[in-house]
Design a protein around this ligand. Sequence first.
Ligand code: CP
Ligand code: NVA
Length: 471
Amino acid sequence: MNVKGRNFLTLKDFTPEEIIGFLDLAAELKEKKKRGVPVDTLRGKNIALIFEKTSTRTRCSFEVAAHDLGMGTTYLDPAGSQIGKKESIPDTARVLGRMFDGIEYRGYGQEIVEELAKYAGVPVWNGLTNEYHPTQILADMLTIREHFGHLKDIRLVYMGDARYNMGNSLMIGCAKLGMHFVACAPEAYFPNQELVAQCESYAEESGGTITLTENVVAGTRGADVIYTDVWVSMGEPDQVWEQRIHDLSPYKVTAKVMENAGPQAIFLHCLPAFHDLKTKIGKEIQEKYGIEDMEVTDEVFESPQSKVFDEAENRMHPFNGVWGATVGAVCARIDVNPTILRAGRSKSEAGAFHVLQKGEPMEENTVLCGANAYEKKYYFNPDFGSLPQTIQDELHIMCVLFTEEIGGIFTVEFTPEGDLEFRTEALEADAMYDDIGGPLRIKELRREKEELFRSLELFYKVFFLGEDVEA
Ligand code: CP
Ligand code: NVA
């Protein structure tokens, strides 16, 4: 997957393979975080977080995930900047684009985040607009995949206002990933026809389906996931409450709905949820309309079928995936374990700078050194100096040699037996590679530098496999 430098504005812009790529990367980084393995491969990068609407999950998960990756964050709250009042979006974008490596935006119309992306010159990520909430969908899909073990053929029923950000984005995500999406709502709350048609074409490709129904019993029967969201979204006027309560009450997620779906079904909600009277708005609504809950009953919310807190936790990990992929560093996933040398055009392309100690288990993106072929700069891990001098010299030579000769990203990997394998897929995907010699040059180099490879194999066997090898 190579999505470096791309914006993340809606899942419509990504292929199913890229979406799955984000989820895989998120799962991998989640697992690493749980094991305490550092993933701070984006040290030195900084991102701006613009929130024109309030947030708990999105802001916290963006900040924690950014810090996990080693990035600095600057939070601009709904009132605390010049945006939109004294300074236009194109001007703001160009200012922030000079200072930051990426910008998150939560706010109103999708056209605003698109305009921001047009002028920023750095990746822009949609943290929720009226139309879409794509990072939430990655969290939802991760949660569903963790629970069921797969996504394809899962039947997800969205109940409530299906024409707003959550309904739209879930429909797109399901359609792209071969799932069966059902919008269960009054007709006036169905997603717009144009988007439905677009999603139908994605579903045709993926084997998914889109169903719009007003019938709660038929719509929710046999569902794997029952999903709902608040009936009135941020930014909507208070005057709409009465109508929404009237229209959407039959689509409340109740124990009866869950029972109709079946015991396999889980309940998801992007949160925050109105399921009791412990909130200010919940109390106000009760006083005005005499109801104790809205889109979901407390019984369902608190039931074992409810996975809403797994889902909330999963907001965090996809950011690592999206950033890793769009900002750099962890983007070129190294599939073959272990890797000791990886060179790239920049420090971040070269990945994490961490040197293993003898006997320490290898992590997938362990890197000893990186190089920038164009600037003729070579970067070495601060711990590099603790390696034996001969190994330092050889790695240095190899790094210089390959980056000067070849440029671009390649990886040098050891098989479990300690033999070297030279992988160049990332290079081959790079059009520039053709201009600088092509795959033939790689083969020649491999032959010419056989001795260097052999001595690195020796290094690996002694250092990492603990073998007693005679030089
Ligand atoms: N689900 C979600 O986006 O939550 P926040 O509004 O708290 O960020
Ligand atoms: N539809 C809700 C989603 C909150 C995460 C809103 O826009 O307020």
